[in-house]
Design a protein around this ligand. Structure first.
Ligand SMILES: Cc1cc2nc3c(=O)[nH]c(=O)nc-3n(C[C@H](O)[C@H](O)[C@H](O)COP(=O)(O)OP(=O)(O)OC[C@H]3O[C@@H](n4cnc5c(N)ncnc54)[C@H](O)[C@@H]3O)c2cc1C
Length: 434
C-alpha cells in the first residue's frame, strides 16, 4: 500500500480495520453508482476542491458549488506554507508529483525575536526521521497553480459535477433541498451555511491584522524561511523561488491598512527598516492586501448530515503557517471516515459526529498554541523579555525540543500520540524507526 492506506482507520480504538487503498479499484466503474454516497460541497476553495477529489476517488457522487467562476477562484494572489501533513495527503491523492514544479522547498527556518538575541535555526535534521527523506522542512505553494490543478482534476472526474460561477445554485438552502447524504460547507470564514445551520462560532478577534504582499528581495540565503517576532506582530518571509518572497506582516489592523495604501516606493523604504538584517527589498510584485485576524472555532463542526470544513469552521493567526494545513487535515479526517462508512460499516450519522469530535482537539491545540505564541512574543513588555530569551535559548540548545516543536508544527500535535499510517508502514513509530 503506497498511496493510501486505511490500515489505521479505527472504528473502535481496539478494533483496527484494514481497507483497500484509494486507487483505481474503488473507482466508480467498479461500484454501483446508484449505491454511491452523494455529497454536496458548498465552496470550491482549496479545501472544498480537495475534499471533492478525495471523495470522488472513493466512489462518492459529488456536486460542488461556488458562486465564483474557475478563473475568479484561481486568480487570488496568495501563497501557502505547506507542511508534511499536507504533503502526505497530496501524495495519497496523487497530486504531489503534478504540483512539484510549483512547490518551493525551504530547508532552513530561522526564528528571531526583535528583543532577545538567540536566533533559532530549524534544519532537516530537526524533522522526525520519517520526514527527512522529503528533504525540506516545508514548501511554499502559490494559490494559482494549486487551484488550476485541482479544478482541472475535478473537471476530469466522472462522478464530480462542478457548478462554478453559478450564484443561484450556491444559495443557502439549495443543497439542503437536493437530498444529499452529506452536505459540506467549505464556504470560507464568513460561511453563510454555518450561520443558516445555526452552528455557533467562538471568535476572538485580534487587534492585529496582517498585510500580505509579494516582493523581490536581495541578500536572502537560499531555501530559507524566516519568522521574525516584532513587538507589533510576527513577520514571515517565505521563499517563492528566485528572488521572489511572500511576506506576511502582522501589525495593528489600522497600520496594516495604512501600509496597504502607501505608494510602492514608500512601502519598500518602510520594509527596508523592518526586514531581518541582510534582506533588502527591491520591488513589489503584487498589490498588498490587509486582512483582519481572529482565532475562531465552531465548537460543533457538524449537525446531522451537515458538516463544516476548513475556514467555515475555524481560523487561526497566520504565525506558523498553519491555516490551510489545518483545513486539509479536516479533509483527511473526513475522507477516512467516509471510507470507514463505505468499507467498514460505520453508520452515516457517526461520520459527522466523529469528524467533529476528532478534529476539535487538533484545531484547539493549534489555535491555542499560536495564540500563546502571539501573546508572548508580540509585545514590548520588558518583564517578558527574559522569558522569551530563555525559551529561545532552550530551543536553540536542545535538539529534542526543536524536534518536538517542528513535529507539532508540521505533522500536527496528534502525531505525538498516534503516528500517521505512512510512518507505520515504513517502520517508524512516532516518526522514529523501530
Ligand atoms: C486576503 C487573504 C490572504 C491570505 N493569505 C494567506 C497566506 O499568505 N498564506 C496562507 O497559508 N493562508 C492565507 N490566507 C488564508 C487561506 O486563504 C485560507 O486558509 C484558505 O483559503 C482556506 O481555504 P477554504 O477553502 O476553507 O476557504 P476559502 O479559500 O475562503 O474558500 C471558500 C470558497 O467558498 C466560496 N463560497 C462563498 N460563499 C459560498 C456559498 N454560499 N456557497 C458556495 N460557495 C461559497 C468562495 O467563493 C470560495 O471560493 C489568506 C486569507 C485571506 C482572506
Amino acid at each position: 500500500m503506497d498511496r493510501w492506506s486505511f490500515s489505521t482507520l479505527v472504528l473502535d480504538p481496539h478494533d483496527m480495520v484494514t481497507l483497500p487503498m484509494l486507487t483505481d479499484e474503488l473507482s466508480p466503474t467498479n461500484k454501483d453508482v446508484n449505491d454511491a454516497l452523494s455529497v454536496g460541497i458548498l465552496g470550491s476553495g482549496p479545501t472544498g476542491a480537495l475534499l471533492a477529489l478525495g471523495l470522488s476517488r472513493l466512489g462518492c457522487r459529488v456536486q460542488i458549488h461556488d458562486p465564483l467562476s474557475a478563473d475568479q477562484i484561481s486568480s487570488r494572489s496568495r501563497a501557502y506554507a505547506i507542511t508534511h501533513s499536507s504533503r502526505r495527503l497530496l501524495e495519497r491523492l496523487d497530486l504531489w508529483t503534478s504540483l512539484q514544479p510549483y512547490l518551493v522547498p525551504f530547508r532552513q527556518l530561522c526564528l528571531q525575536d526583535q528583543w532577545s538575541k538567540p536566533s533559532v535555526w530549524f534544519r532537516i535534521a530537526d524533522l522526525a526521521p520519517a520526514n527527512r527523506n522529503a528533504d525540506a522542512i516545508g514548501w511554499i505553494l502559490d494559490h494559482q497553480p494549486l487551484m488550476q490543478e485541482l479544478l482541472k482534476r475535478l473537471d476530469r472526474e466522472a462522478n464530480v459535477a462542478l457548478q462554478l460561477g453559478d450564484r443561484a445554485s450556491s444559495g443557502v438552502g439549495q443543497a439542503r433541498d437536493a437530498g444529499f447524504d452529506l452536505i459540506v460547507a467549505a464556504d470560507g470564514p464568513k460561511s453563510s451555511h454555518r450561520q443558516a445551520w445555526r452552528l455557533p462560532l467562538w471568535s476572538f478577534p485580534y487587534r492585529q491584522g496582517c498585510l500580505t504582499l509579494k516582493v523581490s528581495l536581495r541578500g536572502a540565503a537560499p531555501a530559507t524561511a524566516h519568522e521574525y517576532f516584532r513587538a507589533e506582530g510576527p513577520f514571515a518571509v517565505l521563499p517563492l523561488g528566485g528572488q521572489a518572497f511572500q511576506l506576511v506582516w502582522s501589525a495593528p489592523l489600522n497600520r496594516c491598512r495604512e501600509r496597504a495604501a502607501l505608494d510602492p516606493s514608500t512601502l519598500l523604504d518602510l520594509l527596508a527598516t523592518v526586514l531581518p538584517s541582510g534582506l533588502e527589498p527591491e520591488a513589489l510584485l503584487d498589490q498588498p492586501v490587509a486582512v483582519p485576524l481572529q482565532w475562531s472555532l465552531a465548537p460543533k463542526l457538524a449537525r446531522g448530515r451537515k458538516i463544516l470544513l476548513g475556514e467555515a469552521g475555524h481560523r487561526c493567526h497566520p504565525v506558523g503557517g498553519q491555516g490551510l494545513n489545518l483545513c486539509w487535515r479536516d479533509v483527511d479526517e473526513l475522507i477516512a471516515l467516509v471510507a470507514a462508512h463505505q468499507h467498514a460499516g460505520l453508520a452515516l450519522h457517526q461520520v459527522s459526529a466523529r469528524y467533529s469530535c476528532r478534529r476539535l482537539v487538533d484545531l484547539f491545540l493549534i489555535g491555542a498554541g499560536t495564540d500563546v505564541l502571539l501573546r508572548l512574543f508580540s509585545n514590548s513588555w520588558r518583564g517578558l523579555r527574559p522569558v522569551r530569551f530563555v525559551i529561545l535559548l532552550l530551543i536553540q540548545r536542545l535538539p529534542l525540543l526543536r524536534r518536538i516543536a517542528l513535529q507539532v508544527m508540521t505533522d500536527g500535535p496528534m502525531t505525538i500520540l498516534k503516528a500517521p499510517p505512512e510512518w507505520k508502514q515504513r517502520g517508524f513509530r512516532h516518526g522514529v524507526q523501530q
